[in-house]
Design a protein around this ligand. Structure first.
Ligand code: ADP
Ligand code: MG
Length: 220
C-alpha cells in the first residue's frame, strides 16, 4: 500500500534528505518518528504527491507516483490520500460543511451533502456543520479536519503531528479517532510525530525513525 525505497528529496538550494525504507500493507499503521527538522513533513508530502522525490521508488496505493503528471497527481491525491495537516487549513470564510465540500470540488465530483453529513457524524461533529472555523474549539476543529480528510474514503491517511500542543487526554482522544477511523476504512495510517506519547499509545504500529546527522537523515 505504501512502498518507499531509497527515497530522497532536496528542497531548492537545500541538502539531500535521505529517508528510511518503508513497506506498509493495507490496514497497517506506521509511526514516523524524528526530531524537528528531520524530514517527517517532507516525507508525508512526497507520499501525498505534493512534492516529487529527487530519487527513489515510491508506490502508494498501487500507483507509481513518478508515472503521474503534476495534474494527474492532483486528482489521484484527492481520491486516494486523506491528509490531516499540522496546521488544519480550514477556510475561515466558509462553514464547516462548505469546507468539506471543497474536497468534492478538488476531486472533480459533485457536492454530496449526505456524505458530508455522514463524515461529520462519524467524527461526532454533525451539529457543527453550519459553524465557521473561528467558532470551533481546537479539538472540534481537528475532528472537522479529520472528517474532511476521510470524506472520500481514502486508502491512505497521513497525519502530521496530530498531538502537537494537546494535553494527554486530548492527545489520546485524537489518536483513538485516527486509529478507529483508519480501521473502519481499512486504510493505511501514517502518523508523523516527535511526540513519544504516540509510540506508547500505538504499540502495534510499525515504528520508523528518521535520524538526523547534520542535515542528512538516515535509518537508525
Ligand atoms: P519535520 O517535519 O521532521 O520537522 P521537515 O520535513 O519540515 O521536518 O523539514 C526537513 C528539512 O527541510 C528541514 O531542514 C527544513 O528546514 C527543510 N525544509 C522544510 N520545508 C522547506 C521548504 N519549503 N524549503 C526549504 N527547506 C525546507
Ligand atoms: Mg513537520
Amino acid at each position: 500500500m505504501i512502498r518507499a525505497i531509497d527515497l530522497s528529496y532536496a528542497y531548492p538550494g537545500g541538502e539531500l534528505l535521505h529517508f528510511p525504507p518503508v513497506a506498509l500493507e493495507p490496514g497497517q499503521s506506521l509511526v514516523l518518528r524524528g526530531n524537528s527538522g528531520s524530514g517527517k513533513s517532507t516525507w508525508l508530502a512526497l507520499v501525498a504527491g505534493l512534492l516529487t522525490a529527487s530519487q527513489g521508488e515510491l508506490c502508494v496505493a498501487g500507483q507509481d507516483l513518478s508515472a503521474l503528471s503534476a495534474s494527474a497527481r492532483d486528482g489521484w491525491r484527492a481520491r486516494t490520500i486523506g491528509f490531516l495537516p499540522q496546521k488544519l487549513h480550514l477556510s475561515a470564510a466558509l462553514t464547516v460543511a462548505e469546507n468539506l465540500a471543497l474536497v468534492h470540488f478538488a476531486a472533480g465530483v459533485p457536492t454530496d451533502r449526505a456524505a458530508i453529513g455522514r463524515s461529520l457524524a462519524a467524527l461526532g461533529v454533525a451539529d457543527l456543520a453550519h459553524r465557521r472555523p473561528s467558532q470551533l474549539s481546537g479539538g472540534q476543529a481537528q475532528r472537522v479536519a479529520l472528517a474532511r480528510a476521510v470524506l472520500l474514503q481514502p486508502k491512505v491517511i497521513l497525519a502530521d503531528e496530530p498531538t502537537a500542543s494537546l494535553d494527554d487526554a486530548a492527545a489520546a482522544a485524537a489518536l483513538g479517532l485516527l486509529t478507529s477511523t483508519a480501521a473502519e476504512l481499512g486504510a493505511t495510517l501514517v502518523i508523523a510525530t516527535h511526540d513519544a506519547r504516540v509510540t506508547q499509545a500505538l504499540p502495534s504500529s510499525i515504528q520508523c525513525f528518521i535520524g538526523s546527522i547534520g542535515n542528512t537523515s538516515k535509518i537508525l
